[in-house]
Design a protein around this ligand. Sequence first.
Ligand SMILES: Cc1cc2nc3c(=O)[nH]c(=O)nc-3n(C[C@H](O)[C@H](O)[C@H](O)COP(=O)(O)OP(=O)(O)OC[C@H]3O[C@@H](n4cnc5c(N)ncnc54)[C@H](O)[C@@H]3O)c2cc1C
Length: 449
Amino acid sequence: MSGTSGTGRRAAIIGSGPAGFYAADCLLKAGLTVDLYERLPAPFGLVRYGVAPDHQTIKRVTAAFERTAKLPGFRLRGHVEVGRDLALEEIRRAYHAVVLAYGASSDRRLGVPGEDLRGSHAATAFVAWYNGHPEHADDRYDLDSERAVVVGVGNVALDVARVLVRPPIELAGTDIAESALAALRQSRIREVVLLGRRGPSEAAFDQGELADIVALPGVEVVVEGDVNFEVPDGAEPAVRKNVEYLATLPRVPSATAERRIRLRFLASPVELLAAGERVRALVYEENELVQSQGRSVARGTGRKHELATGLVVRSIGYQGLPLPGAPFDVKRGIVPNLLGRVLAPDATPVPGLYVTGWIRRGPTGLIGTNKACAKETVDQLLADLELLPAPTHDPAALDAVLAERGVNVIDYVGWHTIDSAETARGQAQGKVRDKFTRVEDMLAAAAKA
Ligand SMILES: Cc1cc2nc3c(=O)[nH]c(=O)nc-3n(C[C@H](O)[C@H](O)[C@H](O)COP(=O)(O)OP(=O)(O)OC[C@H]3O[C@@H](n4cnc5c(N)ncnc54)[C@H](O)[C@@H]3O)c2cc1C
């Protein structure tokens, strides 16, 4: 049963990714009870469905979330989509405070002709596919061309490139979706070209992520084109590290590499060319850097080149979406806020409504970044505690509404049952886990609790 504890206050959190769990931990330790609403039957957000399968050590952060879930006063309300199964307003009526932590699940578009051809995909969908996300489990990727092009040079772009060139045998023991592993086993892709709009000092990846690819046996990483390896004055240490590392990499492909990643900076896609309904090539334009309002911006030179490819993955950023009933800044793709207090269009705080994680800051930052973000948000909530309007409804009434609407709510016991079933299936195949990739199968597993 949900109720109130130490402070006599209860909070709901929307979204069970890192930001949601870190916020839950702070709230529970401050003496509130917490109901964590999650649209999928499985918690952990992008840790489960974004972080690459060959980054299992990073996925182990879920052990900390498990500890949070054991704290008194915690309930998971899994498989409840806010905005579909329950309105945000309904939830707000039943809690003293609501924390939005629903992440940024959409993608940004290139805005070039041919973007919707078969063979052109968003990285959001591609990573969800190899991670067995139920909404992408049945997606199909044609990995039958020798070259793939990934637009973007951030960490997600590197994840996609690495998964495409890594020998599939090295992925077999992970929690990668079986259908993705089968497709990668048949893949003919030997080369992945990454396109970066600006230069090495503007690239958003972490040097260690690139070094991991360079260390892969049989994989060569080449930096192409006329790039400047000068470190700008006053550059952040991470930028310096990136640029200095890039300068050590080969500039010309060797004839012998089994698989290759080509980093092409100062290049923007301008068009995808078709053969029938499918992409056959990507045309990019060389850029030059010019200074504008104190920052380097890319300007097209008019020099264009064609890269033959059957697979284009755009990895130019995730994008937050509005949640009905909550303010939204369309331009920035975030819920407008001041240190985590949600702001109404007139810039005044909305009583009892808070935000954290990617939907607060935009889609940047590692898992750990969300910890400080959640703490800052919860600090505002705790400062407001005495002023929060008392709820008019009981969460038990919401449970009744969900039952009436036929929603099969998954609690933490249900999730543990799914988790154990996945781990057991995995063990039988020598894998870390074999994920259920259909909601029905997760619900059926949870029913055995
Ligand atoms: C491809 C990829 C790889 C990454 N790899 C790493 C890495 O290796 N190391 C690292 O430190 N960081 C990595 N990150 C970053 C890290 O995943 C993010 O910092 C973090 O997940 C953001 O947390 P969040 O809680 O804000 O959002 P999310 O993790 O996206 O969680 C949001 C949750 O809200 C749920 N939700 C959405 N809408 C609703 C709704 N209406 N009702 C109920 N629930 C809802 C979603 O299902 C999801 O579970 C990676 C990110 C991506 C995209």
